[in-house]
Design a protein around this ligand. Structure first.
Ligand SMILES: Cc1ncc(COP(=O)(O)O)c(C=O)c1O
Length: 374
């Protein structure tokens, strides 16, 4: 049998993967897309396309795995990384100012887990003025709720493992670029390092994308209802959801997103101990990092149905326990105190941990022992 024209070896190109890439590219309004075997593989390819010595300024709050990647893999590899201290534009300006050779602005919005909303137009503009590329991790919003390329970003990364595929049966990721030229180095890495998704995974993500719009509408409705019902509830200190008027990023989210997303964070009275009890009574969970110590837990709207609530028929206690346990298992983070095996080049990490306003600098040598807050 003759191979399909242009497809002679599946790591270099595969028709099902090409179909998924065309679909993701069009959903984001980009010119080019490269699919990867996970969201973190997609993030890695973007970072690997930089050179040792290049500088990355990153969001103050960030998915723990992305933080670990910067902190434990790419800073030792030679990237210089500075974290903004908060969601304000001036905090990003300061982070960029701390870099010797600023190249990339890493924006995650809404952030995971604190759900801060960052101004994509303003930050992309800032990056452009400083001669940097901007990349937005659009996993939490999806291309249905937020289109960063239209707001000025250069690259978008996704963990399509989540909402995009929607069925919890695949791990995958993607990078989408505003222009084909911006993706060239990343596409080279896709083939050269080989973190490609298999054809079946590509099919599964495409199958999920067919229902993305209806699922996201329902996620938003469920999350809004859940957040409103938790405000003022016993044991809840604070509810964080961009759809609430009380959220500092509410107006911005209304401007740059079609809906407010499916994730809700709550801060419990009683801190980490209360959060531990909330998940599984009696379980000896280790809650780590800033959010863990403050007792912040993140709820997915998957676990709440606004229709059931309207009918006064909430999920049974056993289902709730199972869902909480499943979510807790999903959210294994905080492995960041492990030492990194290979760290050939010394890099520099400007930590977000110092809340006094002064960035703390740490030289990273053979082993990486920097503060990891996630
Ligand atoms: C915002 C965000 N980006 C990236 C990732 C990494 O994706 P994956 O688990 O597909 O590697 C995650 C995973 O939770 C995430 O929440």
């Amino acid at each position: 049998m003759r191979p399909l024209a242009g497809f002679d070896y599946s790591r270099s190109g595969n028709p099902t993967r090409a179909g998924l890439e065309a679909c993701l590219r069009s959903l984001e309004g980009g010119e080019a897309c490269a699919a990867f075997s996970s969201g973190l593989a997609a993030c890695s390819a973007v970072l690997q396309s930089l050179r040792p010595g290049d500088g990355v300024a990153a969001s103050h709050d960030l998915y723990g795995g992305t933080f670990r990647l910067l902190d434990k893999v790419f800073a030792p590899w030679g990237l210089e990384v500075a974290f903004a201290q908060n969601a304000g534009l001036d905090a990003y300006e300061r982070a960029i100012g701390a870099l010797r050779r600023p190249r990339l602005l890493w924006i995650e919005t809404p952030t995971n887990p604190l759900l801060d909303v960052l101004d994509i137009v303003a930050l992309s503009d800032l990056a452009r003025k400083r001669g940097m590329l901007s990349v937005v991790d659009n996993t939490f919003a999806t291309s249905y709720l937020q289109r960063p390329l239209e707001l000025g970003a250069d690259l978008v990364v996704h963990s399509t493992t989540k909402y995009a595929s929607g069925h919890s049966d695949v791990v995958s990721g993607a990078v989408i670029a505003r222009s084909g030229g911006l993706l060239e180095g990343i596409r080279f890495l896709q083939n050269a390092t080989g973190a490609i998704p298999g054809p079946l995974d590509c099919y599964l993500v495409q199958r999920g994308l067919k229902t993305l719009a209806v699922r996201m509408d329902r996620h938003c409705a469920n999350a809004q209802a859940l957040a409103e019902s938790l405000v003022g509830a016993k044991g809840i200190r604070r509810v964080v959801y961009p759809g609430l008027d009380s959220h500092p990023g509410h107006a911005l989210a209304a401007r740059q997103m079609r809906g407010f997303g499916g994730m809700v964070s709550v801060e419990l009275e009683g801190g980490a101990e209360a959060a531990r009890r909330f998940f599984i009574p009696g379980a000896n969970l280790r809650l780590r990092g800033k959010s863990g110590r403050r007792g912040i837990v993140v709820l997915s709207s998957r676990h709440y149905d606004s229709r059931q609530r309207a009918a006064g028929n909430q999920t049974g206690a056993r289902d709730r326990r199972r869902d909480r346990a499943a979510q807790c298992g999903d959210r294994k983070r905080g492995r960041s105190d492990r030492r990194c095996a290979a760290s050939p080049r010394p890099g520099r990490l400007i930590s977000q941990a110092d809340r006094s306003g002064r960035a703390r600098e740490e030289q990273i040598g053979g082993t990486c022992q920097t503060k990891a807050e996630h």
